[in-house]
Design a protein around this ligand. Sequence first.
Ligand code: DGY
Length: 324
Amino acid sequence: MQRAVLISKHIYSDAVDYLRGRVRLDYHDSDEGLPAAELRARLGDKDGLICQLTDSVDAALMDAVPNVRVVSNVAVGFDNIDVGAATDRGVMVTNTPGVLTNTTADLAFALILGAGRRLGESERYLRAGRFKQWRIDLLTGWDIWGATLGVFGMGRIGQAVARRGKGFNMRVLYYDPFRQSEEVERALGIQYASKGEVFSQADFVSLHCALTPETRHLVGPAELNAMKPTAVLVNTSRGPVVDEAALAEALESGTIAAAGLDVFEREPEVHPKLLRLENALIVPHIASASVATRTRMCVMAAENMAAGLAGERPPNIVNPAVLG
Ligand code: DGY
């Protein structure tokens, strides 16, 4: 008998086409996620779940649907899934790494450029009809070319951002609990630094770490106070990595110059102060949002699912311990 899979939310059709014929599909083809009770009810007779970062997959859900063997997340991050609980229950968890690296790095760099050169504020200024004449100090910002870039987290995306920084002649400092080899550091032209040095020396700090108990509120009042008053913070990782209230306060008081944010602590809510502040460039979690990348992410999630349910090793398994 064919395995049954629930797709919790709308995904690109290439992935749906790939799955049809391989599994029996229950496709919730909607941009609205399923309420928790409905997700649980519809998973009752399923072997797999294709979910997104808006779905919370915790131990209680897994206990309620013990037949589910594969949880395939359409994202590289998987903090919405209790991976420890999945591993304890023998449930495979998969994600979509690699394919979104450059698309995400592009957006991180766009936020570096946009926040540094005050693009959001400039556009609002012009659209509001306030551009009456050229002025020597009109909307002056901070140079990116030749500045110091601090990359927090030197995984795939951090490296891709570092490469872009080198293209802008930046000095690139990085912190990561796992230091890169000398060859990688040399090839990328990056310099290892302590967490404190990254925050105090960088003109632009870009965050590229996963959300874990260790990185929750990694950027709080102490880190913001350590930054230069002309510095810009960019976050395309996960919202809770930054203490959003502390950041709003720092932007309002001029502790730092600006921020470029793709992610928020309580998405889709955004701290009301950030919505008002001109020096916050904010976008709705779109770092990987190119048509090609989002399509590929969906197809990868489908491939992971099909492999897992066929008894093969899914190409992107997060908890290989379940395979024994
Ligand atoms: C991810 O993949 O984790 C992003 O946040 C969404 O692309």
